[in-house]
Design a protein around this ligand. Structure first.
Ligand code: 4HQ
Length: 248
């Protein structure tokens, strides 16, 4: 997948893209991320990228011209992919949305700063708006990084077999079961015996039960979209009865 990012602050993204799993994925050519500085596409002497909002009000608005020209200069006429503006107005990013984005050949991400972007730029070069959550950032750069990170780990080969995305919360749709590593005892706290038993079927059942329990306690609404087998349903019944027994 090729991801083009349009931003006034490309240096904000570079460190994340050079490290760890993303750094390795890019080095191995599994994903390609190109950063474009919108300022390089200004046409005035002062290289200005923003201006005062018509109608008044606080802050500055990013001008249409450098954004539209940056897209025109760098998206091929046959660009196959989604052109996305990061914004709290957008559809909220969920794992479901991430899975859809991961199927795309290419992505173009526009990061706004200040009070936002002249609507005419969005009308000309953007297909959709995407929000990483209901809070306000100083700019779309962190949003773009979140999209890149979440999408990249679904691309075959990006996660090593040791880091596989299969078994995790939100891909199973459940919160993650607790994990432990050495030592077997830490400050008097032992690792649950079952994890040391070597009985893989028992361990899998224990993990599934812990995931169901945590999800029931913390994010019960997530259980509505979960496929449950007979053992799951039996465990949930016991959980609910235990909970009712505790009710005052
Ligand atoms: N912003 N999800 C305002 C966000 C945001 C979000 C990006 C702040 C756009 C103009 N982006 N700028 N939430 O808060 O993606």
């Amino acid at each position: 997948m090729k991801i083009k990012v349009f931003t006034l602050f490309p240096e904000m993204l570079r460190p994340m893209l050079s490290q760890s799993i993303l750094g390795r994925a890019i080095k191995n050519g599994l994903i390609e991320v190109e950063l474009y500085n919108i300022r390089d596409y200004t046409q005035d002497r002062h290289r200005s990228t923003d201006d005062y909002p018509f109608g008044g009000g606080a802050g500055m608005v990013m001008s249409a011209q450098p954004i539209v020209d940056a897209f025109a200069a760098n998206l091929p006429a046959d660009f196959h992919g989604r052109r996305i503006y990061l914004s709290p107005r957008g559809q909220t990013l969920t794992q479901r949305v991430v899975e859809e984005l991961a199927k795309e050949e290419d992505l173009a991400l526009l990061c706004g700063h200040y009070e936002g972007v002249d609507q005419r730029a969005l009308d000309q070069v953007i297909d959709e708006e995407l929000s990483i959550g209901d809070y306000v950032l100083t700019g779309g750069e962190l949003g773009a990084l979140v999209v890149i990170d979440a999408v990249s780990r679904l691309i075959p080969g990006v996660l090593g077999s040791e880091e596989s995305s299969e078994d995790e919360s939100f891909s199973s749709g459940l919160l993650e079961y607790p994990q432990y590593t050495r030592p077997r005892e830490y400050r008097g706290l032992a690792v649950p015996d079952i994890l040391l038993s070597g009985d893989h079927a028992k361990i899998a059942r224990w993990r599934r039960d812990r995931a169901l329990e945590l999800t029931y306690e913390r994010r019960p609404e997530l259980l509505e979209n979960i496929e449950m087998d007979k053992k799951d349903r039996l465990f949930m019944k016991a959980l609910r009865e235990k909970r009712e027994g505790e009710m005052p």
